[in-house]
Ligand binder design. Structure first.
Ligand code: DAK
Length: 257
C-alpha cells in the first residue's frame, strides 16, 4: 500500500503531501498520524525553517473519511476523544505551516487548511464546510476559525447551506492569502516558503506566535505580548546582524541565534 503521507525537503522547507488520491485525500487516522509524524520530524530538524502542506490537483482533502466514521457511537467518540489526538499537530507546530490548496478543501480538509498559518490556493480550489449535509456539524474548528477568517456573514452562509466557495471568493473574503494558476501553485508556495526560511528562525517563530496571540487575547494584552517579544529580540545576534547589514548595505547572514 502506498504511503498516505509523503515528505520531501526543498532547501530549508519541509514539504508534506497528502497522498490518498483514490478517496480525494479523505482524512483517516493513517493520514492524520502521517501528518503529525512529518510535522514532528520537521519541527525537530534544525535545518528546516518552515513547512508546506499540500494535496493533489483534484483535492487538498475532501474531508474526514465518511466511510470510516459512519458507524461510530456517541460513547465511543467521547471515551476515545474521537480523532482529537492527531488533529492537534498542525495547531501546535511552532514553525510556520503553509497550506497549498488545489481542488477540494471540504469539511475537515478546509479545517486542516485553516489550522495552517497561510493558505495559498490555486484558481481551481474550492472551500466549504458541507458537514450539515451528513447530519453533523464541523468538528475540527470550522465554526470557530472560519468566522474569524471571513466574518460571521459568510461563515454562517457556508456552514448552514453547505455551498462551496471558489478561490477568488475565498481570497476576497480573507481566507486565502494569494491565488495562483494551478500549474504555478507549488512553485510560488515554495518561493514564499524559501523567502521565510532566509529570515532568522527564532524571529520567524515569534512573529507566528505573536500573530496567533491576537486571536487569544484582548488588544492591550496582545500588544503587551508583542512588546515583550520585541524587547527580547534585541538579545539575539540575528537582530544585531540584521540591522548592521542594513546600515552596511549588504545582505544579512542570520545564524538563528
Ligand atoms: N470520505 C470518504 N471518501 C470520500 C470523501 C470523504 N470525505 N470524499 C470523497 N470520497 C471518495 C468517494 O467516496 C469516491 O470513492 P469511490 O466511490 O470512487 O470509491 C472518491 O472519493 C471520489 O469521490 P466522488 O466520486 O464523490 O468525486 P466527485 O468529483 O463526483 O465529487 C465531492 C467530489 C468532493 C463533491 C464529493 O466526493 C463529496 O461530496 N465528498 C464528501 C465531502 C464532505 O462531505 N466532506 C465533509 C466530511 S465530514 C473532527 C475532525 C474532523 C471532522 C470531524 C471531527 N475532530 C477532530 C473531532 C471532519 C468531518 C468531515 O470532514
Amino acid at each position: 500500500m502506498a504511503d498516505v503521507v509523503l515528505t520531501e525537503v526543498h532547501g530549508k522547507v519541509g514539504l508534506i503531501t497528502i497522498n490518498r488520491p483514490e478517496a480525494l485525500n479523505a482524512l483517516n487516522n493513517d493520514v492524520m498520524d502521517g501528518i503529525a509524524k512529518a510535522i514532528e520530524g520537521f519541527e525537530a530538524d534544525d535545518a528546516i525553517a518552515c513547512m508546506v502542506l499540500t494535496g493533489n490537483e483534484k483535492a487538498f482533502a475532501a474531508g474526514a473519511d465518511i466511510a470510516y466514521m459512519k458507524d461510530f457511537s456517541y460513547v465511543q467518540n467521547y471515551k476515545s476523544n474521537f480523532i482529537t489526538r492527531n488533529w492537534e499537530s498542525i495547531r501546535s507546530a511552532r514553525k510556520p505551516v503553509i497550506a497549498a490548496v488545489s481542488g477540494f478543501a471540504l469539511g475537515g480538509g478546509c479545517e486542516v487548511a485553516m489550522m495552517c498559518d497561510i493558505i495559498y490556493a490555486s484558481d481551481t480550489a474550492k472551500f466549504g464546510q458541507p458537514e450539515i449535509k451528513l447530519g453533523i456539524l464541523p468538528g475540527a474548528g470550522g465554526t470557530q476559525r472560519l468566522p474569524r477568517a471571513v466574518g460571521k456573514a459568510k461563515a454562517m452562509d457556508l456552514c448552514l447551506t453547505a455551498r462551496m466557495m471558489d478561490a477568488q471568493e475565498a481570497e476576497r473574503a480573507g481566507l486565502v492569502s494569494r491565488v495562483f494558476p494551478a500549474d504555478q501553485l507549488m512553485a510560488e508556495t515554495l518561493k514564499a516558503a524559501a523567502t521565510m526560511a532566509e529570515f532568522s528562525l527564532p524571529v520567524l517563530m515569534m512573529v507566528k506566535e505573536s500573530v496567533n496571540q491576537s486571536f487569544e487575547s484582548s488588544l492591550s494584552q496582545g500588544v503587551n505580548f508583542e512588546r515583550r517579544l520585541f524587547h527580547s529580540v534585541f538579545a539575539l545576534e540575528d537582530q544585531k546582524e540584521g540591522m548592521a547589514a542594513f546600515v552596511e548595505k549588504r545582505k544579512p547572514a542570520f545564524k538563528n541565534q
